[in-house]
Design a protein. Sequence first.
Length: 236
Amino acid sequence: MQKIVVLSGAGISAESGLSTFRGAGGLWEGHRVQDVASLEAFFHNPDMVLNFYNARRSALAEVKPNKAHIILADLEREYDVRVITQNVDDLHERGGSSKVLHLHGELTKAKCSVCSYKKTIAYKHLEVGTLCPNGHQLRPDIVWFGEAVPAIEEAIELVLQADIFLVVGTSLEVYPAAGLVHYVRCRPIYIVDPAEPGSGYLSSKEVIRFRMNAAEGLEKWKNEIKKSPALGGTFT
Ligand code: OAD
């Protein structure tokens, strides 16, 4: 089976009703990123940080996967589809994708701020005083700014193996995730996004852009990949 590797970002969940991070209406408006998404912030103001993620979790419980998530899931019938997502939501999984690697953690999980304890919390709130069995404070299982991205090596391996590589709904501004495009060996790189992410540093790569929202763009992309050289097709 041909391997499709997808790098997704907040834009794929926009049509489900979750805000993206950058640009108008971005999630961080009114919150400086460092105020909510760093270990320092958590130590200085744990209530604020936990409440911020509690609100994100509550919002997630109210939304559904959209057509873009479902298109990727349905492609598993024909391809080995691997999703590498920067998103901390669970909409790829709820849309039916079975192989999803979360680079930046997951809202539905908590981990201990001291030991290695991890736990699925679904859409429940974490409070100051929600402790692990060893008595330490739990925190969201999110990769915060300044922290290592443990899944990046696995992601690089996947990207190297891709027969088809798709980027959808990410500004390609946050590293190391954005750097994954440099490991792509297959061609072209498909990008579905109403904006033009990576336009500078991808100029030496063969890129086919679908400048549209994820659901519409993935529908078009799905037909286009049949022509991909990796699948024995040719571009005209
Ligand atoms: P951004 O908010 O930086 O970028 C969202 C991208 O989605 C932009 O390129 C938009 O043009 C595009 N977009 C907007 N609406 C869309 C739609 N309906 N369909 C398709 N694309 C659309 O989000 P990310 O690139 O995911 O990290 O941000 C990367 C990381 O920055 C996040 O994972 C988060 C944040 O800091 C952590 O939380 C660690």
